[in-house]
Design a protein around this ligand. Structure first.
Ligand code: SF4
Length: 449
């Protein structure tokens, strides 16, 4: 990509895992409103659940998640008690016992739980919901804290997919982000997963970390691909020390600049494709027989808080401190502070403290943004028609796209937009044009590349 484009679009835009994005959630949506929304859900529709385990064994300095490091088990056990209570509370507010199509255990590190506690958590879910046949049960797994007993507990609980955090295999990079994880530790956990029947394996890699170079990340990409995970996510490190204070421990002088970040992304993406992976959306790669590839071909790919997914359930329920839910009526976010979250749940209150009710305009723009993020193209006429409107309602946005068109990032044919191959890493800049909240917001987001 041309250096001037990298400079020009070194802007901070959302990752668009939701629209409106989380900085625009507010206190108007609380537990009372959430309770009403839950009661209005279609009991026959499949549900998705996200369960947030807000603890880790130690802090990785690059981390952007809501999590807390602890060496003691007591806070984790006490958090789990609240989480199990919240599962029962939410289930009691639904119109009926509902079926689950997707369950995702994330964090934090779900693997900080004792295996018996993980089993208990899945048991509680099954007490309150029907896990539909073929449902995906996914877990984020830290190879440093997952032993074989944990993997056995996962397999027995019905886990079908494991997402393994790696970031980079280079020891210098690992030291700079405080995440020492030798290759053999990652390899070992993958062998255990496969031996116990969990074959759907994702791996998370990261570019833009301190001390990374094109050469070092290519080595990481080769080693990652040698383990043949079905999916690889390649995220750009988001340096936001004003929001995540532990990131102040990252040696800033060792961070690559924008041009180097771009070279790392470009080289890794090209190598992954040479190694047999298909590029999915902005930052995911999948083996050709993976269902993400089929979904991308059919235009059925979706994007949620975990990234690209085939999950099309109309409602996603978030459980745990800071968890975000997406319902047909709008978004809800649980209390972030763990102690306050526990206090609310113990008092029998739904711990939602922020959210936003979505309007038709929000839903229309969300569809445009989601199709751009997933398909790298969008037909504004057909999306506007879903809302009884014509594509001309986007005239102001189309006018503001001229700069992106002139820079060769977007091509336009009437009301159809296509993000060019070169413009793909900057797709978020095209999405931002359709974001009605962005111009008014104060929120700072991560870099577009
Ligand atoms: S293990 Fe994951 S969630 Fe925990 S600190 Fe490291 S990156 Fe963050």
């Amino acid at each position: 990509m041309r250096a001037d484009l990298i400079e020009r679009y070194d802007l901070r835009v959302p990752r668009y895992t939701s629209y409106p994005t989380a900085p625009h959630f507010g206190p108007a949506v609380d537990g009372v409103r959430y309770e009403r929304w839950l009661g209005e859900l279609d009991p026959a529709a499949p549900l998705s659940l996200y369960l947030h385990i807000a603890y880790c064994a130690e802090m990785c300095w690059f981390c952007g998640c809501h999590t807390k490091a602890t060496k003691r088990y007591a806070p984790i056990a006490s958090y789990l008690d609240a989480l199990l209570q919240e599962i029962a509370l939410v289930a009691s507010k639904l119109p009926a016992r509902m079926g689950l199509a997707h369950v995702h255990f994330g964090g934090g590190s779900p693997t900080v739980l004792k295996p018996a506690d993980f089993t208990r958590m899945v048991g509680t879910l099954r007490d309150h919901f029907d896990v539909r046949p073929g449902a995906e049960i996914a877990i984020e797994l830290d190879p440093r804290t997952a032993d074989e007993d944990y993997v056995i507990a996962m397999a027995e609980a019905g886990v079908t997919r494991a997402s393994i955090g790696v970031q980079d295999f280079n020891p210098v990079v690992q030291k700079a982000i405080n995440r020492i994880q030798p290759f053999e530790v990652t390899e070992r956990v993958i062998l255990w997963l496969r031996a116990h029947g969990i074959h759907a394996i994702n791996m998370d890699l990261c570019y833009g970390l301190p001390h990374q170079t094109v050469g070092s990340i290519l080595e990481t990409v080769e080693r990652a691909a040698s383990l043949r995970p079905a999916r690889i996510a390649l995220f750009g490190y988001a340096h936001v020390p004003w929001m995540k204070t532990h990131q102040k421990l990252i040696p800033e002088a060792a961070l690559p600049d924008m041009a180097e970040r771009w070279r790392q992304y470009e080289a890794s993406s090209a190598r992954l494709q040479e190694l047999g992976y298909v590029a999915i959306g902005l930052d995911h790669f999948a083996l050709p027989d993976d269902e993400l590839v089929a979904a991308q071909k059919k235009g059925n790919l979706h994007r949620n808080f975990q990234g690209y997914t085939t999950d099309a359930a109309p409602a996603l329920i978030g459980l745990g401190a800071s968890a975000i839910g997406a319902l047909p009526q709008g978004y809800v976010a649980n209390e972030i502070a763990i102690e306050r979250y526990k206090t609310l749940v113990r008092a029998g209150r739904l711990p939602v403290t922020r959210g936003i009710a979505t309007s038709d305009d929000d839903r229309l723009r969300r569809t445009v943004i989601e199709r751009l993020m997933c398909d790298m193209r969008v037909d504004l006429d057909s999306i506007a028609a879903l809302y009884g409107k014509g594509g001309e309602i986007f005239a102001p946005e189309l006018a503001s796209l001229t700069g992106l068109e002139n820079d060769g990032i977007v091509r336009r044919d009437g009301h159809r937009l296509v993000v060019t191959e070169e413009g793909k890493p900057l797709v978020r800049a095209a999405c931002a044009v359709f974001d009605r909240y962005l111009a008014s917001g104060e929120a700072r987001h991560s870099k577009a590349v």
